[in-house]
Write a protein that binds this ligand. Structure first.
Ligand code: PEP
Ligand code: MN
Length: 375
């Protein structure tokens, strides 16, 4: 799957900021707002798409719901004036039809739409045969399968210009951000679909201007393919997402201060990295051998407990193992939360192994994996 990166055509040596940049207001509000914002964005080292929401999915009726078709006419004015490529959110087949009539160059599917496979399927079928890029935001909830499923639905109808947008997740626990980034989810998406570029929507993750730069740098450190950032010539007056939009001039500063990391090229030779990786490979091998040896002893313990009619789980022993290993590990400088997670995983696997000894299944009968919660 490929994704056109139109900005690259216009890059020169001194403005070659590599990751894709998508910016523009949360919502199209007026001609003055769109034109002033777009003219400000002209100063960026790179802009691949000028974005704006035309139909806004609001939590409650009565809030500003976008300009609709009028907003599309204004977007076309921006294109005439600046030459920018345009990107909008589509949530219904009629949005796609109208977008095409107004020279929109790419669309994104919003987080609230991606949670609904019926809507995604309907949009994918409407896009069939249309060759503009589709960017798919992560669903509001931290559900990788839903995100993958949405990408697959578009891919299945033959759309190849596909990208994902990571905009963070609604999460019940406290997060310093509006939407918890849960970086492990886009990282897993990248592992499963390495061809799909992932753009980080730092605005919807952050929720406020003050943490945009930190999140942008983190995204680049994790090798994002691009950034989506909401911008507004007068953010405080914005009708939607006022707290997180940034003035184009401040965005230019933010981008100029970012450190773009190089991709490591496997065919190239980086002696320092190669040496360190060899050491890691060796240590991982030793770790695995130790784990296998540990499991052999667990087998012996399981057989002994069964013969002597002892329970598999013994609270006192588990408490001792936890206290002892946490103390050794933290003295070695390891992070306590990491240690705890690791010990719990190892313990769970040990319990599962002993259960197999206590209740061997008939030969050929499939077994489910261990599930001894709390053990
Ligand atoms: C937006 O990009 O303005 C937007 C509504 O995003 P999301 O679907 O991620 O909430
Ligand atoms: Mn927004």
């Amino acid at each position: 799957m490929k994704l056109n990166s139109p900005g690259e055509e216009n890059q020169t040596a001194e403005n070659s900021f590599a990751p894709m940049i998508i910016s523009g207001p949360c919502s199209a509000e007026s001609e003055e707002q769109l034109i002033n914002t777009a003219l400000g964005l002209k100063e960026l080292p790179r802009l691949d798409y000028f974005r704006a929401g035309i139909w806004k999915p609001r939590t409650r009726p009565g809030d500003f719901e976008g300009l609709g078709a009028q907003g599309l006419n204004l977007m076309q004015k921006v294109k005439e004036l600046t030459g920018f490529r345009l990107m909008i959110e589509v949530a219904k087949p009629s949005h796609i039809e109208q977008a095409l009539k107004h020279q929109i160059d790419a669309v994104w599917i919003g987080a609230r739409t991606v949670v609904n496979p019926f809507s995604v399927q309907e949009l994918a079928e409407t896009m069939k045969g249309i060759s503009i890029p589709v960017f798919i935001k992560n669903p509001v909830t931290p559900d990788l399968k839903l995100w993958l499923g949405a990408i697959e639905r578009f891919h299945k109808v033959g759309i190849t210009d596909l990208a994902a947008i990571h905009r963070g997740f609604h999460y019940f626990a406290k997060s310093p951000y509006r939407n918890a980034p849960m970086w492990e989810i886009p990282i897993e998406l990248k592992r499963l679909l390495p061809e799909i570029p992932i753009i980080t929507d730092i605005s919807h993750i952050s929720g406020k201007r003050s943490t945009l730069a930190v999140i942008a740098q983190k995204a680049l450190d994790l090798d994002t393919d691009g950034l989506m950032i909401e911008s507004h010539f007068d953010p405080d007056s914005a009708k939607t997402d006022a707290a997180q939009q940034i003035k184009p001039g401040d965005l230019k500063l933010l981008i100029n201060n970012l450190k773009v990391r190089k991709h490591h090229n496997y065919s190239g030779f980086d002696i320092t990295l190669e040496k360190l990786r060899t050491e890691i490979d060796k240590l991982d091998g030793e770790l695995l051998q130790l784990l296998a040896k540990r499991m052999e002893i667990i087998d012996e313990i399981g057989r002994y407990k069964k013969q002597n009619n002892l329970s598999i789980f013994q609270l006192k022993r588990w408490q001792h193992v936890l206290d002892d290993r946490l103390s050794i590990g933290t003295n070695l400088g390891l992070n306590q939360a990491f240690l705890l997670q690791m010990l719990e995983i190892v313990h769970k696997a040990s319990i599962g192994q002993q259960e197999k000894i206590f209740h061997p299944v008939e030969a050929g009968e499939p077994r489910t994996s261990t599930s001894s919660d709390g053990a």
